[in-house]
Every structure is written in structure tokens, then in C-alpha cells.
Design a binder for this molecule. Structure first.
Ligand code: 5GP
Length: 210
């Protein structure tokens, strides 16, 4: 029997340039909120200390990445600061069990996802101010000075595209749980948008024929 409950999971795109703390926000979302899964992207960049293959990313070679593209296994990908990053088609199956699926990807990928899946919800995570952004990039300590300048430039370009997103959420330093709770509230209300249930309502409660 078809019922209207429970509502389906949301395809949730979370973007924000390096240093906005979006990683901490999504980690918090996964840890403290029920019903979320993480889309593990493939990348050709080397793992940072503490990153585990298959958890943060699937770390693969350029050749392997290009083969995945050729074989049609990548929904969207980008070439970012010298490396490939892409969402694998197989990750979408995590939506099948009703979970909200988090795609933590940059702007170009986010827009590609929105084009392919107009029902996706896109959230842009912002740092509170410019200096905080720079301090976070420097404080991370894993990037070279050139890399920091590159990422700073890239960040400013990305901020100029925020108008293409559905929501903007500020990540205050030390309060990632607050930003995560805001995103969870957005997702909860998005689940109840009429367009997501319209077909089911029409089928379950057909209009009288006069
Ligand atoms: P990082 O090297 O800091 O982990 O990631 C660099 C950028 O690539 C971040 O903005 C991150 O969100 C983005 N990114 C990670 N995975 C993907 C992906 O699968 N597709 C796209 N388009 N961007 C991604």
C-alpha cells in the first residue's frame, strides 16, 4: 500500500570554499542528526593526514579517474587546483533507503547537480568574515603559501556565485553544531515542499469527477 509517509530523502549539496569549515559542519550533521549519509567522492589529490581511503574520499590515480569518466560512472566532476574531484553514480543508491545524501562539492559541481536533479537542495556555507577565512586556511597548516593564495582567490570567485544557491548558512568559529542544526532544519522543511508529494497526493486522493 502506498502511503505519504515517510517523506523521501533529500539530495543535499553543501558547498563553500576551503576554509569555510563546511567539512566540520557536514561531519556534525552526520554525527548529531539522524538519517544522513555522505557521498564519498573520488579524487586524484593525495590524502591529508588523518584521511582514510573510502571515508573522506576514494583516492585514485588520474588514469583510474579518467577511466571512470569514460565508463560513465561519474555524475559530475571538476578539475580543482590541479586535481580531479567527482561524484560517483553509485553513491546515489544511498538515497534509496530514505537517507538524506550529503554531496560536499564545489560550485561548478553543485550547479551541475542542480541541473541534473532540480529537486536537490543547495546550501552555501560561509565563514563569518574575510580574516576568519584566511586564518582558517593558514591554520590548517597542510597547504603551501602558493596553495593558500590559490584557494583564497578561488574562494572569492566562489562567493560571487552564491546567488545560484538555495540557502546561505554562516559557520561561526567554534559553532559548527549551530550551522549543522540550521541545515537540518532546512532539510526538514524542504521535505515538506508540496512539489515533493504532489504526485502521491493526486494518486492517493484523486479529485472527484463532479
Ligand atoms: P579538498 O581538496 O579541500 O578536500 O576539496 C577541494 C574542493 O573540491 C572542495 O570545495 C570540495 O567540496 C570539492 N569537491 C570534493 N569532492 C567533489 C566532487 O565530487 N565534485 C566536485 N565538483 N567538487 C568536489
Amino acid at each position: 500500500m502506498t502511503t505519504l509517509l515517510p517523506p523521501r530523502g533529500i539530495l543535499l549539496v553543501v558547498s563553500g570554499a576551503a576554509g569555510t569549515g563546511k567539512g566540520t559542519v557536514t561531519a556534525n550533521l552526520l554525527k548529531n542528526h539522524e538519517g544522513y549519509a555522505f557521498s564519498v567522492s573520488a579524487t586524484t589529490r593525495p590524502p591529508r593526514p588523518g584521511e582514510v581511503d573510502g571515508r573522506e574520499y576514494r583516492f585514485i590515480t588520474k588514469e583510474a579517474f579518467e577511466k571512470e569518466i569514460r565508463e560513465g560512472n561519474v555524475i559530475e566532476y571538476t578539475y580543482y587546483c590541479g586535481n580531479y574531484y567527482g561524484t560517483m553514480k553509485s553513491e546515489l543508491s544511498k538515497l534509496d533507503d530514505g537517507k538524506n545524501l550529503i554531496l560536499e562539492i564545489e560550485v561548478e559541481g553543485a550547479m551541475n547537480i542542480k541541473r541534473l536533479f532540480p529537486e536537490a537542495v543547495t546550501v552555501f556555507v560561509l565563514p563569518p568574515d574575510y580574516e576568519t577565512l584566511r586564518a582558517r586556511l593558514v591554520g590548517r597548516g597542510t597547504n603551501t603559501a602558493d596553495d593558500i593564495e590559490n584557494r583564497m582567490k578561488k574562494a572569492l570567485t566562489e562567493f560571487s556565485l552564491i546567488g545560484q544557491y538555495d540557502y546561505a548558512v554562516v559557520n561561526r568559529t567554534g559553532h559548527a553544531e549551530e550551522a549543522a542544526a540550521t541545515i537540518a532544519a532546512i532539510v526538514e522543511s524542504e521535505k515538506h515542499r508540496v512539489f515533493r508529494t504532489l504526485d502521491d497526493v493526486k494518486r492517493l486522493f484523486p479529485a472527484p469527477e463532479d
